[in-house]
Design a protein. Structure first.
Lengths: 115, 119
């Protein structure tokens, strides 16, 4: 596809359930990022993948959050035992390469609602 | 460490008048700076970026921003607002490519400025 694709666009789940959010980056982009956008916290960095390097997980808020990137392309963000405070829009971005000057292109996001 | 402060949470202008959205940043390294715009229920779109080539940066839709190192500012301006400019704007800082550590590559966002344009 032409842009970053995220699925599902909306997800409603019950507290305590696990959820998986998917991100398809732009073809050829080696760097992939996850961010979270919530009313109280604004936009926050979660995790960063660059090529085959170990990911930068410094933004993950708790050990209930994990992410993987298979084959250097598609990424899945998993939230275990969801809590109401996990309700937010989860945004994925990709860039041609890692590093501060590279433009990150964002997907439309997955809106997660935890009831 | 890096941080961004957007000085106004809301800005309201009349159509055809100038727009000024203020941003101050803090970075331990030579920063890359961006402005992104988010229209309601839409994804984030890049307006412009600064990466040290020129201090005055021109972006899409008539927006521009000036990097002032002495003031650690990167304010966004547009000479004449249009109704379609109504959206939320984010000032963003990213670590330089030689920063290393946990700032490498990740974006730090300001809290956003909601721009309202009145007819």
């Amino acid at each position: 596809g032409a842009g970053v694709s995220q699925s599902p666009s909306n997800k409603v789940t019950e507290k305590g359930k696990d959820v998986e959010l998917r991100c398809d980056p732009i073809s050829g982009h080696t760097a992939l990022y996850w961010y979270r956008q919530s009313l109280g916290q604004g936009l926050e960095f979660l995790i960063y993948f660059q090529g085959n390097s170990a990911p930068d997980k410094s933004g993950l808020p708790s050990d209930r959050f994990s992410a993987e990137r298979t084959g250097g392309s598609v990424s899945t963000l998993t939230i275990q035992r969801t809590q109401q405070e996990d309700s937010a829009v989860y945004l994925c971005a990709s860039s041609l390469a890692g590093g501060g000057g590279n433009i990150q292109y964002f997907g439309a996001g997955t809106r997660l609602s935890v009831l | 460490a890096q941080s961004v402060t957007q000085l106004d949470s809301h800005v309201s202008v009349s159509e055809g008048t100038p727009v000024l959205l203020r941003c101050n940043y803090s970075s331990s390294y030579s920063p890359s700076l961006f402005w992104y715009v988010q229209h309601p229920n839409k994804g984030l779109q890049l307006l412009l970026k600064y990466t040290s080539a020129a201090t005055l940066v021109k972006g899409i839709n008539g927006f521009e921003a000036e990097f002032k190192k002495s003031e650690t500012s990167f304010h966004l301006t547009k000479p004449s607002a249009h109704m379609s400019d109504a959206a939320e704007y984010f000032c963003v800082v990213s670590g330089a490519s030689n920063a290393g550590g946990t700032s490498y590559g990740k974006l730090t966002f300001g809290q956003g400025t909601i721009l309202t344009v009145h007819p």
